[in-house]
Write a protein that binds this ligand. Structure first.
Ligand code: BG6
Length: 486
C-alpha cells in the first residue's frame, strides 16, 4: 500500500445502488478507514436512478452490505455510515439530473469544508458510461476547485471502434492523467508481485527469454457458471469478459521488458510494446466453447443455454483457448497459450512457464531416466504462490530421476491478502496510476482481438466441470504439448 496521504475528497459513485458498490466498494472503503488510510473527512455520495431512496435509506442499505462483509460491528464504521454516506437520485441521467447532482456536490463540499477534490466512480452498466461522462462534463463537475479523477470499470468498449469512441468522449472532458480504467486483476497482490518476482530476482530475469523458455500457459479458470449475469454475459462472452482484459494484463506483465522505472508511464509503455508486438492471431489457433449440462453425484449442473436469461440457441462463448506469438527479440518463436472458461472443474488462475530441456540427455542410457523440463508455476489464485519443479536422483541404484518441487505459499508466509479493491481504491485516492489501464493499452488489446469478434470461430460444446472442449487440447497436442491442470 502506498505511503502518500489521502487528501479530503468527495467520492461520488454513479451506480451507487448496485452490486459493485455493495459487494466491493463499501467494504473496501470501510477497511481503508479501519486501517487508518482514510479519515472521516472523506465523504461518499451514492448516485443512482431510484427516486425513492434518500440519505437514511441509503445508509440502511450500506449497513446491511457492511454487516454482510462482517464490518458493521465496529463503532467507527457505524459512525462513518451515519455521518459520511449520502445519496442523490439522478433519475434517467438527463441534463437537469446532472445539474441537481452538481448542486448537491457543491453543497456537500461546503457543508464538510472539502477542498473540491472529487472522484467520479462509474459503477454502472457500460451502456450508461457515455451519458454519465457527458453529464459530468457538461455540468462542469469535472472542473472543481481541487483535483478530479474518473474511474471507469470494465468492459471498456465492445471492440476497437467502440473503445476508441469512448476514449475520444472521455478525453473531451478529462486528461489521461485523471482517468483510472479498472482491471481488478491488477489490484491482486500476486499479480503485482509478478513485477517484483521478475525484476527483483536476477536469476529468473536472465532465463526469461526465447533461449530458455519453451512455452508459457496462462489459465483463468472459474468453477462458477454465468450466475445471475446473463443479461451482461450474453452480450459479452468470455473473450470480452476475461481475455481482452484480465488474461491480457497477465500476459503483458509476464512478457514485458524491464521498465525504465517503477512508475505508471514506464510500466504502461512496456505493456503497450508487448501488445503491439503480438502477431495477428490465426483463426486455427483459437477455440471457443460453451458449457453443456453435466450429470454429477451432487445433482446435474445445468448447461449455459439453460441458465436463466440465456437464449436457448445462444452461441455466446463461455470458454476461449488461444495460441499467440510475440514477435520481438525476447520472445520470437515461443508460443503463449491463453485459456479461460466458466464451469471448469475448479477456480484457478495460473501462469506456467516451461523451460527448455537440457540440450543433451546424459542419463538416457539408464531406465526410468526420462527427463522432465523445469516448470515454474505462478499461482495467482487460490492458494497463491510459486512452485518450481526440478529433477532429482531418487536414492539408491539404478539411477532413477524424479521430479520434485520447491514451493512458496503467500498464506503461509503472510496470512490473508488484501482485496484487490482496497489496493485500487487507495491508489485512485492517492493518484497513483501504475495499476490502471492506459488508453493506448486498451486500444492495442482490442486491435488484437477484434478480428476474432468479427469472424467468430465455431463454438464447441463441453460438459460442465471439465477443462473445456477437446479442441482446446488439440491446440497444444498438435505441437506435442498439453495443458497443466494443477
Ligand atoms: C470479472 C468478470 O471481471 O471477473 C467475471 O466479469 C469473473 O465474469 C470475474 O467471474 C473473476 O474475477 P476473480 O477475481 O474472481 O478471478
Amino acid at each position: 500500500m502506498p505511503g502518500a496521504p489521502v487528501e479530503p475528497h468527495l467520492f461520488i459513485v454513479l451506480g451507487g445502488r448496485g452490486d459493485l458498490m455493495r459487494r466491493k466498494l463499501l467494504p473496501a472503503l470501510a477497511r481503508l478507514i479501519l486501517q487508518g488510510f482514510l479519515k472521516e473527512d472523506c465523504q461518499v455520495l451514492g448516485a443512482a436512478r431510484s427516486p425513492e431512496l434518500d440519505d437514511g435509506k441509503f445508509r440502511a442499505l450500506a449497513r446491511e452490505a457492511l454487516a454482510a462483509a462482517d464490518l458493521f460491528a465496529d463503532d467507527q464504521i457505524a459512525r462513518w455510515c451515519d455521518e459520511c454516506l449520502h445519496y442523490q437520485p439522478i433519475g434517467r441521467g438527463g441534463t437537469e439530473d446532472y445539474r441537481s447532482l452538481a448542486a448537491r456536490v457543491e453543497a456537500l463540499e461546503r457543508a464538510y469544508c472539502l477542498p473540491g477534490n472529487r472522484v467520479f466512480y462509474l459503477a454502472m452498466p457500460p451502456a450508461a458510461f457515455p451519458n454519465a461522462i457527458t453529464g459530468i462534463g457538461e455540468t462542469r463537475l469535472n472542473r472543481g476547485p481541487g483535483w478530479t479523477r474518473l474511474v471507469i470499470e470494465k468492459p471498456f468498449g465492445r471492440d476497437l471502434a467502440s473503445a476508441q469512441e469512448l476514449n475520444r468522449l472521455i478525453h473531451r472532458f478529462f486528461d489521461e492523467s485523471q482517468i483510472f480504467r479498472i482491471d481488478h486483476y491488477l489490484g491482486k497482490e500476486t499479480v503485482q508481485n509478478l513485477l517484483v518476482f521478475r525484476f527483483a530476482n536476477a536469476i529468473f530475469e536472465s532465463l526469461w527469454n526465447r533461449d530458455r523458455v519453451e512455452s508459457v500457459h496462462i489459465t483463468v479458470a472459474e468453477n462458477l457458471g454465468v450466475e445471475k449475469r446473463a443479461d451482461y454475459y450474453e452480450q459479452a462472452g468470455a473473450l470480452r469478459d476475461i481475455v481482452q482484459n484480465h488474461l491480457t494484463q497477465l500476459l503483458t506483465l509476464v512478457a514485458m521488458e524491464v521498465p525504465a522505472a517503477f512508475e505508471a508511464d514506464a510500466i504502461r509503455y512496456e505493456k503497450v510494446k508487448v501488445l503491439r508486438s503480438i502477431s495477428p492471431i490465426r483463426p486455427e489457433d483459437v477455440v471457443f466453447g460453451q458449457y453443456e449440462r453435466a450429470p454429477m453425484d451432487d445433482g446435474d449442473v445445468p448447461g449455459y443455454r439453460e441458465e436463466p436469461g440465456v437464449a436457448p440457441d445462444s452461441t455466446t462463448e463461455t470458454f476461449v483457448a488461444l495460441r499467440l506469438e510475440i514477435a520481438n527479440w525476447r520472445w520470437q518463436g515461443v508460443p503463449f497459450y491463453l485459456r479461460t472458461g466458466k464451469r471448469l472443474p475448479r477456480r484457478l488462475t495460473q501462469i506456467v512457464v516451461t523451460f527448455r530441456y537440457p540440450p543433451v540427455s546424459l542419463f538416457r542410457p539408464f531406465d526410468a531416466c526420462e527427463i522432465h523440463a523445469n516448470v515454474l508455476i505462478i499461482t495467482i489464485q487460490p492458494d497463491e504462490g510459486f512452485d518450481l519443479s526440478f529433477e532429482v536422483k531418487a536414492p539408491g541404484q539404478p539411477i532413477t530421476l524424479l521430479t520434485q518441487r520447491l514451493h512458496f505459499r503467500y498464506a503461509e508466509a503472510f496470512g490473508p491478502l488484501p482485496d484487490a479493491y482496497e489496493t485500487l481504491l487507495l491508489d485512485i485516492l492517492t493518484g497513483d496510476q501504475t495499476l490502471f489501464v492506459h488508453a493506448d493499452e486498451v486500444e492495442a488489446s482490442w486491435r488484437l482481438y477484434t478480428p476474432l469478434l468479427e469472424q467468430k470461430p465455431p463454438v464447441h460444446p463441453y460438459p460442465a466441470r471439465t477443462w473445456g472442449p477437446v479442441a482446446a487440447d488439440h491446440l497444444l497436442a498438435r505441437e506435442g504439448r498439453q495443458w497443466l491442470n494443477l
